[in-house]
Design a protein around this ligand. Structure first.
Ligand code: F6R
Length: 612
């Protein structure tokens, strides 16, 4: 959570920082701030609210500077307010700092500083860390860099920090543990960001800073050190990301753009890997571990939110195709239990951002216990990708809308390919079924395009149901996690209460909610469970609930039973979730828009949850 940007070089820093913050708003947007070093000294401008609000509020101020840092916040310590917004200024006034993460032992540090007479102007852990650094610098009479190093050795928790020092005007000191930091390198200038989006139009050369590293960043010099003060040679990588990929491209919202990108993103994900004609799946990041997966006693999927739903679908697929026992774990629970991890267990971490704190720590713990870690990750070079032994990128491109859409379908595509490959090698699927499923998978981009083309009516459905108070989402088999995902999307975007449930389990409680005002969304595509789902629909109808169903094209029985339908093309049940989720994404989107909400930045949420 929280987005950070920095710049030092010959250009005007403020426009670079503001534009960068707008691109990072997906990470948090409850307050915004910048610190600039200019002829007026070290100036801080900050405010509760989104980036555009700060921009409007400081028109006319002296914003000329060639060095600066900026922050867009997702509150952890202290409510969103002007005074809790970053940057924070040290008590001595010389330092300004922004921070992404949580300093877990800040209460203890605050007490120490309070005993020494420090007075705090905010409720944040950030201000505590900054004054702790300042105190060390004062006491030890050392350079800022040294003070940061000493301070960070005392700190528990996660952080990326950027610090400006009035006495060293062109230098930014940065450090990271557990939250992402990218440094863009160009001639005579450097850019810093939580991801590479703020620097895209200026450079394609980037350095991903690792945990426990500290960077001293000047216009023409980048020094990387570890906390032991040893120099590290920066590893400069080439970015494979174009500006167009992070712009709206004519759509009203990123979320809608990303939903409509799915035929292409699924295609990109399959391209070069799946060859249905040759009957092959090539995944270089998995290749080395195929033997371990084939022989695994157990696969444990760890993930959060939408990625966890992808894991649930994959559980059904792996068990069916590979006959391997699969467990799907919420990363936040898994990391704090004392899970039994045996040699030969394979962990698959699923994450769009690759930075979700709980998922990252869960795999670090499992790695220490000897498990093989495979990452199914979207963001290239992210922490989860780098911590994993192997894995496969989902290649969905940047997902900027806070609600995850195209990442989910790309995760399913990758997980299905892995399951097919392993099942085939293990001999747990026949040659015929394998070939059939390769063909089915290859057709998904086209069928997703068909689904989007036939989705015109969903906007009307959104108008019809937008005032309902609660929604129930039901599905069975592969479509049960899709029902969970549909409900999650609606909650996030429309602030409506929605519950996902296995359709049969509904009788054990949620059926009490059913009345004529309750829309019950069935994921009812034609599959092995279809007749059972039809019976569940009838049970809802008998109690006067409204049935809205995702159905397979031409399924008259389901259509007659439903008040409203959303149609997807016929597909094998193993690959069908990549299609049946699409109308549910659109339904949530259009209801959110109809209710007048900012669907790309829903309240209280952030795209990348880098705090536990
Ligand atoms: C839902 C959503 C979240 C994420 C979750 C995990 O729309 O976006 O539930 O799925 O925070 O994030 P990643 O996949 O980045 O680990």
């Amino acid at each position: 959570m929280c987005g950070i940007v920095g710049y030092t070089g010959p250009r005007e820093a403020y426009p670079i920082i503001i534009k960068g913050l707008k691109r990072l708003e997906y990470r948090g947007y409850d307050s915004t701030g910048v610190a600039l070093h200019n002829s007026d000294g070290l100036k801080i401008f900050k405010k509760k609210g989104k980036v555009a609000e700060l921009e409007d509020a400081i028109i006319g101020k002296n914003l000329h500077a060639t060095v600066g840092i900026g922050h867009t916040r997702w509150a952890t310590h202290g409510e969103p307010s002007d005074r809790n917004a970053h940057p924070h200024r040290s008590a001595g006034g010389k330092l300004a700092m922004i921070h992404n993460g949580i300093i877990e032992n800040y209460i203890q540090l605050k007490q120490e500083l309070t005993n020494k007479g420090y007075i705090f102007t905010s409720e944040t852990d950030t201000e505590v860390l900054l004054n702790f650094i300042e105190e060390i610098r004062k006491n030890n009479q050392c350079y800022l860099e040294e003070a940061v190093r000493v301070a960070l050795k005392r700190v528990t928790g996660a952080y990326v920090i950027l610090i400006l020092d009035e006495d060293n005007p062109d230098t930014i000191i940065a450090a990271r543990k557990g939250s992402p930091l990218v440094i863009g390198v160009a001639k005579g200038e450097h850019f810093l960001g939580s991801d590479a989006s703020p620097m895209l139009e200026y450079t394609k050369e980037v350095v991903y800073v690792n945990d426990y590293e500290l960077a001293i960043v000047k216009p023409d010099q980048l020094i990387l050190k570890n906390l032991g003060n040893e120099k590290i040679t920066p590893y400069v990588q080439k970015l494979d990301l174009e500006l167009a990929a992070i712009e709206k491209g004519g759509y009203d919202h990123f979320m809608l753009k990303e939903i409509f990108e799915q035929p292409q993103t699924i295609y990109d994900c399959l391209r070069g890997r799946l060859d249905a004609e040759a009957g092959t799946i090539t995944m270089s990041g998995i290749q080395q571990y195929t033997e371990q997966i084939v022989n695994a006693n157990r696969i444990i999927m760890v993930a959060c939110g939408t990625s966890w739903h992808a894991g649930l679908v994959a559980e059904y697929i792996f068990e069916e195709l590979c006959r391997i026992n699969v467990e799907v774990e919420y990363a936040s629970e898994f990391r704090y239990r004392n899970p039994v991890i045996n040699k030969g267990d394979v962990i698959i971490a699923i994450s769009q951002s690759g930075e979700t704190a709980d998922t990252l720590v869960a795999i670090e713990n499992a790695k220490q216990k000897g498990a093989i870690i495979l990452g199914v990750v979207n963001v290239v070079g992210s922490s989860i990708a780098r911590t994993s032994h192997g894995g496969a990128y989902t290649h969905a491109g940047p997902e900027i809308g806070v609600a995850s859409t195209k990442a989910f379908t790309a995760q399913l595509a990758v997980l299905t390919m892995i399951a097919l490959k392993i099942g085939y090698i293990k001999g747990t699927i026949s040659e015929e079924r394998y070939r059939h499923l390769l063909n089915e998978l290859q057709q998904i981009p086209e069928k997703a395009a068909w689904t989007l083309k036939h989705s015109g009516k969903i906007k009307e459905l959104a108008e019809k149901y937008k005032d309902a108070r609660d929604f129930l989402y039901l599905g069975r088999g592969y479509n049960f996690p899709v029902a969970l995902e549909g409900a999650l999307k609606l909650k996030e975007i429309s602030y409506l209460h929605a519950e996902g449930y296995p359709a049969a389990e509904m009788k054990h409680g949620p059926i009490a909610l059913v009345e004529k005002t309750l829309p019950v969304v069935f994921v009812a595509t034609r599959d092995a469970w279809h007749e059972k789902v039809i019976s569940n629909m009838q049970e809802i109808k008998a109690r006067k609930g409204k049935v809205v169903a995702v159905i397979t094209e031409g399924d008259k029985t389901s259509e007659q039973l439903s008040d409203d339908v959303m149609i997807v093309p016929e597909a094998d049940e193993i690959v069908a979730p990549m299609l049946s989720v699409v109308p549910l994404q659109l339904l949530a989107y259009y209801i959110g828009v109809a209710k007048g909400y900012d669907v790309d930045k829903p309240r209280n949420l952030a795209k990348s949850v880098t705090v536990e």
